[in-house]
Write a protein that binds this ligand. Structure first.
Ligand code: UDP
Ligand code: MG
Length: 310
């Protein structure tokens, strides 16, 4: 039995049809399945549509979060409640083509993989800006954390053992792609072509993406702290050189009112302090988040019978 897990945010118009599409495909391939849909605090008719699905089909279970917690949290809520022997995670806009699910299931069942990762063969239709931003992000992530999630996506199959291991990770700031790679297990990749959106628009805003990028890098590594360190070293060398020059001028009785030096120093030190403080601040914010130990999400209502017994 597999659970198909979809985070859903403001997809009211399409969610019913999208789920039906996946359903008929899986039935046709004879794959025993159930659906778990997580409404991430949508403000359109998504929840009504999901209720309609759940009452029309007993194998559709639904969860509603009390507000928009973000896709990563919606996935948490889903994974912690999914009952299947394996969980297939996919976008509800069908940009992760359901045609690949049977192959994922085959790799899990017949070849014994615990995790089957969907990797993007190409990124589909995207603006040059977002392609560049993605490239920059994945480069930085690999360089700083040593974990290569290059073409990874959230489209994947995780079996019970991988899900259980993943559920034990306690942190609040999560980046699903990174954490599901971190747990390890026997894994393989399955290339897929990103499909065009089945209606509607992307739910990501630029600032949400920047937040996700910063969160995911600081959640994995303290490398940005080393930038401050090297900046400090660089400034130290500069200070020694300038210091020697100033002393030399002083003893050679050449000391002139060195306004430019003072201003330069002020600028340098000022900006270095600013950068350092902001980086330290980021980590303090993270510590703050973790010690608060808030729940990652809050469930408002739950319907259906496909839940994991807790
Ligand atoms: N999503 C979500 N919460 C959010 C934003 C998005 O649950 O705050 C869901 C959305 O419904 C979809 C998936 O995450 O199933 C991917 O979102 P989207 O298609 O907007 O992102 P893109 O494909 O453009 O990266
Ligand atoms: Mg999408």
């Amino acid at each position: 039995m597999i659970t198909v897990l979809m985070p859903v945010y403001n997809e009211g118009k399409y969610i019913y049809n999208n789920v039906m599409k996946v359903d008929s495909l899986l039935i046709e391939k004879g794959i025993e399945h159930q659906f778990l849909l997580v409404d991430d605090g949508s403000n359109d008719n998504t929840w009504d549509e999901m209720c309609r699905l759940a009452s029309d089909y007993p194998h559709v279970s639904i969860i509603r979060l009390s507000r928009n917690f973000g896709k990563e949290s919606a996935l948490c809520a889903g994974l912690e409640n999914a009952a299947g022997d394996a969980v297939v995670i996919m976008d509800s806009d069908l940009q992760h083509p359901p045609e690949y699910i049977p192959e994922m299931v085959r790799l899990w069942r017949e070849e014994g993989y615990n995790v089957v990762e969907g990797v993007k063969e190409d990124r589909g239709k995207e603006s040059l800006g977002s392609k560049l931003a993605a490239l920059l992000f994945y480069r930085t992530f690999r360089r700083t954390t040593g974990i290569d999630i290059g073409v990874a996506s959230d489209f994947k199959l995780m079996d019970r053992s991988a899900v259980e291991a993943w559920k034990k990770l306690p942190e609040r700031n999560i980046f699903f792609r990174g954490l599901s790679a971190w747990v390890g297990f026997k894994r393989c990749t399955l290339p897929f072509k990103v499909a065009p959106r089945a209606g509607g628009d992307t739910k990501w805003t630029f600032s949400a993406l920047v937040r996700l990028a910063i969160n995911s890098i600081t959640a994995y590594t303290a490398a940005p702290l080393f930038i401050v360190f090297w900046l400090g070293v660089l400034m130290g060398i500069g200070a020694v050189i300038l210091g020697i020059q100033t002393l030399y001028n002083y003893f050679a009785h050449q000391s002139v009112p060195g306004f430019s030096t003072v201003i330069l120093l002020l600028l340098f030190i000022g900006s270095a302090i600013m950068i350092s403080l902001s980086i330290i601040g980021l980590y303090i914010a993270k510590i703050y988040d973790e010690v608060k130990a808030r729940p990652r999400y809050i469930i408002m209502s739950k319907k259906g019978n496909a839940f994991f017994e807790q």
